[in-house]
Design a protein around this ligand. Structure first.
Ligand SMILES: Cc1cn([C@H]2C[C@H](O)[C@@H](COP(=O)(O)OP(=O)(O)OP(=O)(O)O)O2)c(=O)[nH]c1=O
Length: 186
């Protein structure tokens, strides 16, 4: 049975949506503070860290780890530290294009399949008042870049270029291909 090394409710919903049977065992892997390094390399390293952390406890089982960040002008935006941080992130994202990178790692012993997917997202201009309301809703706090495209933040999004589910937390067509390669699904 595939093990999902994630505490993210979105990732569970996404895997269930495509009918993949899995067990959840969140990883305790410490996500390093996002540095000014390449976001693709960063999410890949994090996804591998999470998957390997859990795979060590389940020898012989396939484990899926993932990590999502928002990248704006070379800065990596992870989950906001507090409401003020969420306000700042959303003000920076307002009226601009940014990228969302999700890294996925499928690991069993020494066997590793990985993929990093980038989606471009354009936000319309946001009023401070609507940012404040959104932050007070609590939705931003457990999400990279302080927004949930699948939630209330849908009204901020003018355009998406690339995988939509990649923004939510798993690039489903790319994950499905990895599961096929690992012969977890037909
Ligand atoms: C950009 C964006 C992120 N997110 C979420 C997905 C992830 O849960 C979170 C990114 O943080 P992650 O650190 O990738 O994941 P996590 O800490 O929630 O869970 P785990 O590490 O156990 O896998 O942001 C959305 O739900 N919607 C969005 O539009």
């Amino acid at each position: 049975m595939l093990i999902l090394a994630s505490a993210s409710p979105r990732r569970r919903e996404l895997l269930s949506q495509i009918g993949v049977a899995y067990m959840v065992n969140p990883s305790t892997y410490e996500e390093g503070a996002p540095k000014k390094k390449d976001p693709a390399k960063f999410v890949l390293a994090q996804a591998l860290g999470k998957a390997n952390d859990v795979a060590a406890k389940y020898p012989g089982q396939w484990v899926l780890g993932a990590d999502t960040v928002v990248a704006l002008d070379g800065e990596i935006l992870g989950k906001p530290k507090h409401e003020k941080d969420a306000m700042r992130m959303l003000q920076e994202l307002s009226g601009r294009k940014h990228s969302v990178f999700t890294g996925v790692a499928l690991v069993r012993g020494k066997k590793t399949y990985t993929k990093v997917v980038e989606t471009k997202v354009w936000f319309r201009k946001l009023k401070d008042s609507e940012i404040k309301d959104y932050v007070h809703s609590g939705e931003p706090m457990d999400k990279a870049g302080a927004y949930g495209i699948q939630g209330k933040a849908a009204v901020f999004v003018e355009k998406v270029n690339g995988s939509y589910t990649n923004v939510v937390g798993l690039p489903l067509s790319q994950v499905y291909t990895l599961l096929q390669k690992a012969k977890i699904i037909g």
